[in-house]
Design a protein. Structure first.
Length: 254
């Protein structure tokens, strides 16, 4: 079963709720609210949003979600759906595939996938047959789960449909992106600071203030991070000693 984040669902802005729920139109959602809505839909169905099980499409002037392959595959696994193809037929150049589905509770449903194969031969005809089977399986999967989403194979046949790329990350603000310094630059900067530091408290404060930055540079620690920590500890201890002892230490090290 997919692991879905446990955080509480977020809600889009109040003025857009009517468009989303009553009219099924996501057009007026801001890019950030579309991301929230996308994650909420996935969470409500138990799907993993990172696999992008849905995508956006503009149809009849409305922006809405349609189901991709990952959505149907995950739904079949979640609900224990078994699919059989009891029949297929060709009439007037149309191949019709009959699909029957049974979920883990014993509930049954059925649907059809229809594609045109008139005049097709060879690999093109073979791919059309596979597409009809896929279309039937996905339609019956969505049907038995009680979902009214269009399937990806249906979207391809709608001439006026406009598909949109989806960005699951919230849009960037105008704030400049913080760049994490390299390991060498960070260590060198600290060595310069340690030489100029005048008190142990100053060293301690800077060390504590940069815990998050060090974790970003060395997420798993490592020898370089330990070497820097040892240098900080030595310098902090030196600053706690009388000046003549520090002078003597430097003479011994030189």
């Amino acid at each position: 079963m997919n692991t879905i984040e446990k955080t509480a669902p977020q809600q889009p802005a109040a003025q857009t709720v009517d468009d989303v729920i009553a009219r099924g139109d996501l057009t007026n959602l801001s890019p950030a609210d579309r991301v929230v809505h996308y994650h909420n839909v996935c969470r409500s169905l138990g799907l993993n949003p990172l696999t992008q099980p849905f995508a956006y499409i503009t149809l009849n002037g409305k922006l809405q979600l349609y189901a991709k392959r990952d959505a149907c595959d995950q739904l079949r696994k979640l609900h224990g759906i078994n699919i059989e193809i009891p029949d297929r037929s060709v009439h007037d150049g149309l191949l019709t595939v009959h699909a029957c589905a049974t979920d883990k509770t014993g509930r049954r449903d059925e649907d059809f996938g229809v594609v045109s194969i008139a005049g097709l031969r060879g690999d093109v005809a073979a791919n059309a047959v596979l597409k009809a089977v896929t279309k039937a399986k996905r339609r019956v999967t969505l049907s038995i789960c009680g979902l009214g989403f269009l399937d990806e194979t249906e979207v391809e046949t709608i001439p006026d449909a406009v598909q949109h790329d989806i960005t699951l990350a919230p849009p960037k603000t105008g704030a400049p992106e913080k760049k994490v310094p390299s390991s060498d630059d960070y260590s060198e900067r600290w060595m310069i600071f340690l030489e100029d530091a005048v008190s142990a408290d100053e060293v301690t404060k800077k060390w504590n203030d940069e815990i998050g930055l060090r974790k970003a540079i060395w997420p798993h620690g490592g020898e370089t991070e330990r070497e820097l920590r040892d240098a900080v500890m030595r310098r902090r201890n030196e600053l706690k000693q009388p000046a003549d002892l520090i002078t003597q230490r430097y003479k011994e090290d030189s």
